[in-house]
Design a protein around this ligand. Structure first.
Ligand code: ADP
Ligand code: MG
Length: 654
């Protein structure tokens, strides 16, 4: 049923060509028990690998059941190996992390027949290991491991058993057991080909093929009763396997792939958790960093918007010039007449004076220290301070210095809790004020709570509460936001004229143009976001490199695993799917944990440090997709190269 004619195989070792097989012609009939002997390096294993479809010959033909199989695709060969061959290797090649039963089941997985897994238990019983089915290979003796491997080779009920020095690593007692099992299998009708250099073992075979330097130098048949007359092979099996191989049956089921992948992840806890950790840190850092950046940006933008971009702030000049304190009288003091004069400028739409101070506010037994600001009526529109409850004060109330006040929400909450403060009387620095309104919430931005404030009429503030006869600043709203520089100039000229300022005194007041400040702040926040973003990108990169390293470190071990899986019938796609699932599961769970970490860190920063943070969907998507891409790429890439090797090369990989 197996017929090799003029088969050669040459390996290139650097510049040296090693002729592992030279013009080998061998015919093996069903039910034969063949021993291949010869010195080390004579090509025995290579011959066995060619017979087992683990390796392709360079030249020559190989007929199985009368059909040429050297031209079959890799996947078709995988199906052949899975259904027709059982392999027993010198090094056992069991999956170290799977128990005996799971190892025996493996060929069933790639046959898509895991539902037949009772067979695995039966086979394990037949090699006398029923009691050891849940033990891992590391907990078993060499003899036991080899018996597990034999059970594995039998589970798909292949007609051919190929054993490469199966007793090479065993003590003599185990050797006897293993040989007995193989002989028994042959008696039950299996074709057995065994590579050995033990003359004792070879003698018990009915046929001995001797090799030297890649040549078959002798082929002795001691018993020709079996085999000669049965050249057709098991009726129909080969044909149905071939048909199946062509039709693509015998594919492992997806559920089995998932099971295999999860098994591999769970059994390499250290490796898996390290890869997950890499992703977790990368993703978490990116989300938290970007949350901080976006939060800061938004808080500044919000604050700027609440100020208005068409706003000028006129203030008494800095008390210092080039770091040197100026003498008294060097500061321009503004009065309400200045306000009225500015209001008449065509560039000015609204003008509001301002004095500020701090005050102790008392209501009942509640006490609160806050900022008090005296303003004009235009303040309401100029600073978008339309009361949410009650009303703003009127020009008449300013003229008559009424003791009325509007509370910011922080103050209202401190004194009144959730109750409506409008209509109540509070004491501000021991003076009774009537609360007439509640200011809209502006939010705590940065380090300053804009709602921790009280607004009262400018006149009341100056003459009754703070005892000032000058203004601290004047807010001017321009008519046209595009013409703020012109407005600034108009206001500046007006003040210079009114106060008769000489050239050298022109810097005794200053005008802040909010539009300019906004632009400056915006570019600052942009820089900051970039900075945080690049820190985040670096952490992502570091995380990615971490994942990559861990994935690559396990390549050797995994390559052998891939070799074994391929040897017992896994196709390239089976390998890829399993590794894809493994990488996806690890990177996904790492990514999810990273998102949780990032969001948690952001919440922590917001609550403990009081920083403005904003977790953006973009950062989550960016971080998660990047690390998943890295994880999958470096999880798959080594698997892909390993899956492309022929099984024997992968098994020998070091
Ligand atoms: P045996 O099993 O009889 O000891 P092998 O079939 O393993 O011999 O090897 C036959 C020859 O081919 C040896 O010289 C070996 O070094 C060489 N050989 C086998 N496999 C490879 C390979 N993958 N690459 C290079 N040389 C190889
Ligand atoms: Mg060998």
């Amino acid at each position: 049923m197996l017929e090799l004619t003029h088969v050669s195989k040459t390996y290139q070792m650097g510049t040296v060509s090693v002729h592992a097989l030279q013009d080998v012609s061998v015919k093996i009939n069903e039910g034969e028990y063949v021993a291949i002997i010869g010195p080390s390096g004579s090509g025995k294993s290579t011959l066995l690998h060619v017979i087992g479809c683990l390796d392709r010959p360079d030249t020559g033909s190989y007929l199985m059941g009368g059909r040429e199989i050297t031209k079959l695709t890799d996947d078709q060969l995988a199906v052949l190996r899975n259904k027709m061959m059982g392999f027993v290797f010198q090094q056992f090649h069991l999956l170290p992390y799977a128990n005996a039963l799971e190892n025996v089941e493996l060929p069933l997985v790639y046959a898509g027949q895991r539902h037949l897994k009772e067979r695995a238990r039966i086979r394990l019983g037949e090699v006398g290991l029923s009691e050891r089915s849940t033990h891992r290979p590391t907990e078993m003796s060499g003899g036991e491991q080899q018996r597990v491997a034999i059970a594995r080779s039998l589970v798909n009920e292949p007609p051919i058993i190929l054993a490469d020095e199966p007793t090479g690593n065993l003590d003599s007692k185990s050797e006897a057991e293993v040989i007995a099992i193989l002989e028994d299998l042959n008696k039950k009708g299996k074709t057995v080909v065994i590579v050995t250099h033990e003359p004792e073992i070879a003698k018990r075979a009915r046929r001995t093929i001797s090799m030297r330097d890649g040549w078959v130098i002798s082929d002795e048949k001691r018993d020709s009763v079996r085999g000669e007359d049965k050249t057709a092979g098991p009726p129909g099996l080969f044909e149905s396997v071939m048909a199946g191989a062509h039709a693509g049956v015998g594919k492992a089921e997806f559920g089995d792939h998932i099971r295999q992948a999860l098994r591999a992840i769970c059994s390499h806890k250290m490796r898996s958790s390290l890869s997950m950790l890499g992703i977790l840190i990368g993703v978490g850092a990116v989300i938290a960093m970007l949350a901080l950046g976006t939060g800061a940006k938004e808080s500044i933008a919000q604050r700027l918007a609440s100020m208005g971009s068409n706003l000028l702030m006129v203030r008494a000049g800095s008390h210092q010039l080039h770091g040197v304190a100026l003498e008294a009288g060097s500061v321009t003091r503004f009065t309400t007449q200045d306000v009225d004069a500015i209001a008449k400028l065509p560039e000015a739409k609204r003008v509001s004076p301002s004095v500020t101070g701090r005050a102790q506010v008392v209501y009942g037994n509640k006490n609160w220290n806050t900022k008090v600001e005296g303003t004009g009526v235009d303040y309401k529109d100029l600073r978008a301070a339309n009361p949410t409850l009650g009303r703003f004060f009127t020009a008449e109330e300013i003229r008559s210095r009424q003791k009325v006040a509007l509370l910011g929400v922080t103050v209202a909450r401190a004194l009144f809790g959730d109750a409506n403060p409008v209509g109540a009387t509070v004491k501000i620095n021991r003076i009774n004020f009537l609360v007439i309104g509640l200011l809209p919430e502006k939010g705590a931005t940065g380090f300053q709570d804009q709602d921790d404030t009280i607004i009262i009429p400018i006149s009341t503030a100056m003459y009754r509460l703070l005892g000032k006869d000058y203004l601290d600043s004047i807010y001017v709203e321009g008519v046209d936001p595009e013409q703020m520089s012109a407005a600034e100039k108009g206001v500046r000229d007006l003040i210079i004229k009114r106060h008769r300022l000489t050239k050298d005194k022109e810097d005794t007041f200053e005008i802040r143009n909010m539009a300019e400040m906004q632009a400056a702040l915006q570019s600052t926040t942009k820089t900051m976001t970039w900075l945080l973003g690049s820190i985040a990108a670096i952490s992502l990169l570091v995380g990615g490199i971490g994942i990559m390293n861990i994935m690559l470190v396990s390549v050797t071990e995994r390559t052998r695993e891939i070799g074994l899986r391929k040897a017992i019938g896994a196709r390239g796609v089976d390998i890829m799917i399993q590794f894809l699932i493994e990488s996806a599961v690890m990177t996904f769970s790492g990514g999810l944990a990273g998102i949780a970490l990032g969001v948690g860190l952001s919440a922590l920063m917001a609550n403990l440090a009081g920083w403005a943070v904003r977790v953006s969907l973009f950062s989550i998507v960016l971080a998660a997709s990047f690390s998943i891409a890295v994880g999958i790429l470096f999880g798959l890439w080594p698997a892909r190269s390993a899956a492309r090797l022929n099984p024997i090369e992968a098994l020998r990989y070091e």
